[in-house]
Design a protein around this ligand. Structure first.
Ligand code: ADP
Ligand code: MG
Ligand code: MG
Length: 209
């Protein structure tokens, strides 16, 4: 594929909703170990609402689809993850603007803007055991893929693989941000739920491309 269109953006959000629903219990179990056990339910509420809205109205551009996702996540998800994912999608929407087709450069720009939004909002650094640990390697991999001349499908495949590796790599870390940080060193030995959900969502993006 040379570009991603609105149809892809809608298909991605629907696939992400399916993935979150499928992994709802698992995500909440991760959160039960180092947080308050609601991450799967929180995200499922938000992504189900996105999928429901997309069945009623079709956004006209990828940016409009991202904006719909952002608004829905902010109003339905709550907790830490709602505003963080909401900001990520809102920044991605702004980055792509009115474009009807996303080329590799615009795609990498959207992923970067999403990650930057999460960092600006949550102030987490790589290694703090948060969703930033999935997003940052994903953005780095996407940028490298673009520099190597990859098409959008390969850019997303690289981002998803890096996000999955990044999520796995949170296992031994001690949380320094969010609810899990209250546990201090007892947070080590568990995967960060937000990093795990970020990897699922990026995998859905790659699978639909
Ligand atoms: P809550 O902790 O309010 O119950 P969730 O369980 O839905 O919210 O989300 C928890 C996830 O949010 C964590 O696993 C982590 O990935 C992410 N998170 C929490 N705080 C931050 C932060 N400051 N920066 C980035 N991500 C964060
Ligand atoms: Mg929680
Ligand atoms: Mg909570």
């Amino acid at each position: 594929r040379t570009t991603l269109d609105t149809e892809w953006a809608i298909a991605w959000l629907q696939a992400a909703a399916d993935a979150v629903a499928e992994h709802r219990v698992e995500l909440s179990e991760l959160d039960r170990a180092i947080g308050d056990g609601d991450h799967g339910e929180n995200l499922d509420r938000g992504f189900s609402a996105i999928a429901a809205k997309l069945r009623e109205e079709a956004p006209a551009t990828p940016g409009a689809a991202f904006k719909l996702a952002a608004m829905t996540l902010m109003s339905k998800v709550g907790g830490a993850a709602g505003p963080l994912y909401g900001t990520a999608f809102l920044r991605a929407a702004t980055a792509v603007g009115e474009a009807t087709e996303l080329d590799p450069v615009l795609l990498a720009g959207a992923l970067t803007a999403a990650r930057d939004g999460v960092v600006l909002r949550g102030k987490a650094e790589p290694g703090d055991k948060t969703m930033v640990d999935a997003w940052t390697p994903a953005v780095d991999a996407a940028k490298s893929a673009v520099a190597a001349g990859a098409d959008v499908t390969s850019v997303l495949a690289a981002a998803a693989a890096a996000a999955e590796a990044g999520a796995t790599a949170t296992d031994p870390l001690t949380a320094r941000k969010g609810r899990a940080s209250y546990l201090g060193e007892r947070s080590a030995g568990h995967r960060d739920p937000g990093a795990a959900s970020s990897a699922l969502i990026l995998r859905a993006a790659a699978d639909t491309a």
